[in-house]
Design a protein around this ligand. Structure first.
Ligand code: ZN
Ligand code: ZN
Length: 235
């Protein structure tokens, strides 16, 4: 370790995003060895469309994707939303822990590589309402998208806006989520082409990501791939 890194590691130690234990200053993934081995990764068979875990003898496309025909091409989701994953996502949401974005983007990109690494032309993200942005000062999905774009050497393009005062998706049933997603998101005045990587923090039923993917297709995208840090077990 170089001398200035040694000094920095004492003054400003890097911490693991998930367990908060000190890690080497040169560890740019912000994930300790122990967490890298024990995080609740989505393993085994996955839906070929959205990437959620499915049974060994189930059909290759999950029942939600079969029923709702999502507008996105493929989803990349590395983790299950529980325990330290849940805590670290909440700490990003409320404390803007930028190192967490590094860890999350690293895990998303790893999942993309494992799943065949399709070509993307730009990265975009699910927006938050003006009210929420004012209250929190940042949008966590945008921060993760920026970090992914940095690794992929691609531009980040804002493409959508969120209409204020629609009910929060997490409190609604699947049918209402789909109706609500339609009212909640609108396209910005942009012309797009090529293939998009659309980022959110947590994937629940796919209704938000499906509707927003459809908006991106209408704006001119040829394909929309989606990625989120974790899947919530509400499915
Ligand atoms: Zn750790
Ligand atoms: Zn699926």
């Amino acid at each position: 370790m170089k001398i200035f890194e040694k000094i920095l590691s004492v003054v400003l130690p890097h911490k693991c995003t998930f367990c908060r234990k000190a890690i080497e200053y040169t560890n740019n993934t912000f994930i300790c060895k122990s967490c890298a081995d024990t995080l609740p990764f989505i393993k085994g068979r996955k839906c070929i469309k959205c990437g959620i875990p499915i049974d060994d003898n189930a059909m290759p496309v999950c029942s939600v994707c079969r029923r709702y025909k999502h507008s996105f091409t493929q989803g990349f989701i590395p983790l299950v939303y529980k325990d330290s994953v849940r805590k670290s996502l909440l700490s990003l949401k409320f404390y803007k822990r930028k190192s967490a974005c590094r860890a999350f983007s690293y895990l998303i990109l790893n999942r993309i590589i494992e799943e065949g690494f399709p070509t993307f032309d730009f990265v975009t993200y699910i927006p938050v309402s003006k009210e929420r942005l004012k209250e929190r000062g940042f949008n966590q999905a945008e921060l993760i998208a920026k970090m992914c774009a940095e690794h992929l050497n691609l531009p980040v393009i804002p493409t959508l806006y969120r209409v204020d005062d629609t009910p929060r998706q997490s409190k609604l049933s699947m049918r209402l989520r789909r109706q609500n997603a339609k009212k909640s998101f609108m396209p910005l005045d942009v012309k797009l082409n090529g293939s998009a990587l659309l980022i959110d923090d947590v994937y629940t039923t796919g209704s938000t990501l499906s509707h927003t993917s459809n908006l991106l297709l209408k704006l001119g995208c040829s394909k929309v791939y989606i990625a989120a840090v974790a899947i919530s077990s509400k499915n």
